[in-house]
Design a binder for this molecule. Structure first.
Ligand code: NAD
Length: 352
């Protein structure tokens, strides 16, 4: 196994691992550990080149620094990527080698699930390193993060409701949820329980039918969902859905959902602002999962009550973001960045 370092400005450490025996070709990026060890998921993707993988791991690890800084998880930002086809190249030897790679960083990077990596893969990684989170609850870990992401979204959406209506009460409001998978489905149920009228859409028609029958949701199609008049539009499927083409169609007062990277480009937050639409920055709103995972690393180990108390702070963080946005006349994505940078600077001063 050969581990080499790649020098990248602005990053604490970027490492490459090549292992002939298992075929592992992977990168780990530690962006910033001013607030604590760098936690971020492990992704497996058939990248066309190492450069493409490097671009992804750098972007994602930096995103984790900002997400954790705003969420105050006491963690820094990192990420790992395995270059390979998840359908063809997964093996015990590969994940064991990846475990040794993670272990070589001695806890400065802590891994978790991400795209194409599930609990069975991480259980193999765990045999080589203790720096793994998000395993099964029965094993003392924090388990599936999705229900906590959904809870955090609901809590954050109360700050959004206050912003658009002056009240955090959902009674009589209308929310359109695009994508009713692990998080969006749970969020739709929570919103309905909180008194909102909920309309759902998903490319999985069976899932939509089943949920609508069980919970009395309204149903729309993916083609029509953007132009439905509503209070909150909640993108909970894929990223990049907020763009030049979709923004003019929106008839909502706010965009607030769990999907990662909702804005195609940062400038689309300003475009929403110009239309008078409140935007809840995705990584502030969807931090419930990472907050839940971070509780595993506390001295007493995982405790759901502690996790829920911390997830409750998503509301306060969004209030702060909206306040900074208003005071400085900047879009909310920039306000969230300011908040993250402010927390990082404070930590850097404390650590100096
Ligand atoms: P998921 O795969 O369980 O659900 C996604 C759903 O979106 C699926 O039902 C899928 O059919 C649907 N979908 C895909 N493309 C669609 C489209 N064009 N139109 C309508 N529906 C579409 O995923 P998830 O875990 O619920 O995550 C959803 C989003 O939230 C992702 O962007 C993810 O990165 C983000 N996120 C998830 C978590 C978590 O804890 N799971 C945490 C933070 C962010």
């Amino acid at each position: 196994m050969e581990i080499t370092e790649i020098q990248v400005e602005g990053y604490e450490k970027v490492a490459r691992c090549r292992d002939q025996e298992s075929g592992l070709h992977a990168l780990i990026a530690i962006h910033n550990t001013a607030l604590g060890p760098a936690l971020g998921g492990m992704r497996m993707w058939p990248y066309a080149s190492e450069d493409e993988a490097l671009f992804d791991v750098l972007r994602l690890s930096k995103g984790m620094t900002y997400k954790s800084a705003v969420a105050e998880t006491g963690l820094g930002g990192g990420k790992s990527v395995i270059i390979g086809d998840p359908k063809k190249h997964k093996s015990e030897a590969l994940f064991r080698a990846m475990g040794r790679f993670v272990d070589s960083l001695e806890g400065r990077y802590i891994t978790a699930e991400d795209m194409n990596i599930g609990i069975p893969d991480l259980e193999i990684v765990r045999q080589e390193t203790k720096w793994v989170t998000g395993l099964r609850r029965e094993e003392g870990s924090s388990g599936n993060p999705s229900p906590y992401t959904a809870q955090g979204c609901l809590i954050g959406m109360r700050a959004v409701m206050e912003e658009i209506s002056g009240s955090k009460d959902f009674t009589g409001s209308h929310v359109v949820v695009q994508g009713v998978g692990a998080v969006g489905g749970a969020l739709a149920i929570l919103l309905k329980e909180a008194g909102a009228k909920v309309t759902i859409c998903d490319i999985n028609e069976d899932r939509v039918r089943e949920l609508a029958e069980q919970h009395g949701f309204g149903v729309t199609t993916d083609a029509d969902h953007l132009s439905i008049e509503c209070d909150i539009y909640a993108p909970c499927a894929r990223g990049a859905g907020i763009n030049d083409e979709t923004i003019p169609k929106l008839k909502c007062k706010a965009v607030a959902g769990c999907a990662n990277n909702q804005l195609l480009e940062p400038r689309h937050a300003e475009a929403l602002r110009e239309r008078g639409i409140v935007y809840a920055p995705d990584y502030v709103l969807n931090a419930g999962g990472i907050i839940n995972v971070s509780v595993e690393l506390l001295p007493g180990g995982y405790d759901e009550a502690v996790a829920m108390e911390r997830i409750g702070r998503i509301y306060d963080n969004l209030k702060l973001v909206f306040e900074i946005s208003r005071e400085q006349g900047i879009p909310t994505n920039e306000a969230a960045e300011h908040l993250a940078e402010q927390r990082l600077e404070e930590a850097a001063k404390r650590n100096a």
